[in-house]
Design a protein around this ligand. Structure first.
Ligand SMILES: [Mn+2]
Length: 234
């Protein structure tokens, strides 16, 4: 059994030659991994796990932890499988659809303290509609916080893009967070590697955070304009 990143490569295909994480599932799941430059490291003898075993495990975990979180006033936040593909080298990755997210927060352990780390990038890679997911989980107050990033498309093949260079309309997404009155935090998450940047990607992260901050400002400014106009009419 091996474990590690599921990147199948990093390619200089982003704007300005930026290097982006590229996932091609046909390469991820192949044994051998000679063609997987960032591939898998052998970590010993962990057996492959089935979907049923993984669902059993997460059920055991959440039903033990969520009551304690309720007592302690801690809000949990589950990140989906990234990338949302399965299996990976024989092990099932179960959190890869909106139905799976609903199962976690609505069926296994329904609680105000059981929420989602809503990785919008990963959710956008799932087969379902990302805007519908923002509305659905946002309306139910299940979004603990957001990884606000963009991708080129859905599974099985996609690249992680600059925030303004993917298939998701980030302004439309932001207006949906506003519509459901999401009041949590937006975080930049993965970003393309820009030439000359630090290993952590400070320049690229600054761009992503600035872009997100600009969208928040626009979204709030529209509300102020509407409120102001209403006052003006009154
Ligand atoms: Mn994420």
């Amino acid at each position: 059994m091996a474990a590690g990143g599921t990147d199948t490569s990093r390619e200089p295909v982003g704007r300005g030659g930026a290097v982006v994480r590229r996932v091609r599932y046909s390469l991820v799941d192949s044994p051998g991994k000679e063609d997987n430059r960032l591939g898998w490291r052998d970590i010993g003898s962990i057996p492959a796990l089935s979907e049923a075993q993984m669902w059993s495990n997460i059920t055991y975990f959440l039903r033990a932890v969520i009551p304690v979180a309720e007592e302690a006033g801690v809000r949990m936040a589950l990140h989906p499988d990234d990338p949302p593909i399965s299996p990976v080298l024989g092990t099932a990755c179960i959190i890869r659809s909106h139905a799976a997210l609903r199962r976690v927060v609505e069926e296994i352990a329904p609680s105000d303290q059981n929420g989602l780390e809503f990785c919008q990038g990963t959710v956008s890679e799932m087969p379902d509609d990302v805007y519908e997911a923002i509305r659905y989980f946002g309306e139910r107050k299940k979004i603990s916080y957001v990884h606000f990033r963009n991708v080129s498309g859905k599974v099985p093949d996609f690249d992680e893009t600059f925030i303004d260079d993917g298939y998701v309309d980030m302004w439309k997404a932001m207006t949906l967070y506003r519509a459901v009155r999401f009041d949590g935090v937006f975080i930049e998450d993965h970003v393309p590697a820009i030439t000359g940047d630090t290993p952590h990607g400070h320049r690229s992260r600054a761009f992503a955070m600035g872009y997100a901050g600009g969208l928040v400002r626009m979204a709030l400014a529209e509300v102020s304009a509407r409120t102001g106009a209403a006052r003006g009419r009154g």
